[in-house]
Design a protein. Sequence first.
Length: 208
Amino acid sequence: MRRPADAATPAARYARRRPRLVVMVKAPRPGRVKTRLGAGIGMVPAAWWMRHQLRALLPRLRDPRWDLVLAVAPDAATGARDWPAHLPRLPQGTGDLGARMGRVLRTAPAGPLCIIGADIPGVTRAHIARAFRALGHAAAVLGPAPDGGYWLIGLARTAATPATLFDGVRWSSPHARADTEASLPGARIAHVDRLADVDEAADLPRHA
């Protein structure tokens, strides 16, 4: 006799949960986005770079294997015309980067979830697919960046997101990745491809 849908095993229920890729974005306005880059090349060119980057990045990351969602800052820009109309959007809310990413991880529908920033020119669907595959055997996954941070964080979310996640992380420092790993004590953490983001003017030549 066929088992009722709600009698499926936990493993089977997990297998049906659809992966979700969340891209953290800021409205591309001069003086409000990529200000460290803007300090070197000017705020208007920095905002233009971000707008161009978004136009190239978002279509490249669409894939039938996962849902693509934008987490938007400021919250009031969720309905702006800067974003593709077909993509779901949610507000990032208040707080530092850890508070905002933690909110996404705790409130999203069940299933594996990865978060990336919008300023990684080299990221492809293959990089994202490898991160989701890593969550098949690890509780968390990080994509290291050369500066000691990371361009991707993901959780399998087979259990509640730890309350300690992102506690004590020194953002925008060489310690960000190590601090994040320390905020996940006992969790099995996988690492995937090493990619660079664009924070300052000196980062641009690598992606020209």
